[in-house]
Ligand binder design. Sequence first.
Ligand SMILES: [Zn+2]
Length: 69
Amino acid sequence: MPIFEFQCNSCGHRFEELIVGGADDSDVRCPKCRQPNVEKLLSVFAGSGSTKTSAVSGSGCAPGPSRFS
Ligand SMILES: [Zn+2]
């Protein structure tokens, strides 16, 4: 689902908004001060909880003992 992060230019509040279908992000308002004066930030899709980072410190296909203990 396309969740975008916005920041309010009026009060500085940061929030996430789910943009569905043909919804325009210019419709987005700050949930705090209700101002439409918000700025879209770069999407932080994999921001919370990095679940699958493919073998960061692991060495390829070697049966490393580091994975054992
Ligand atoms: Zn605001």
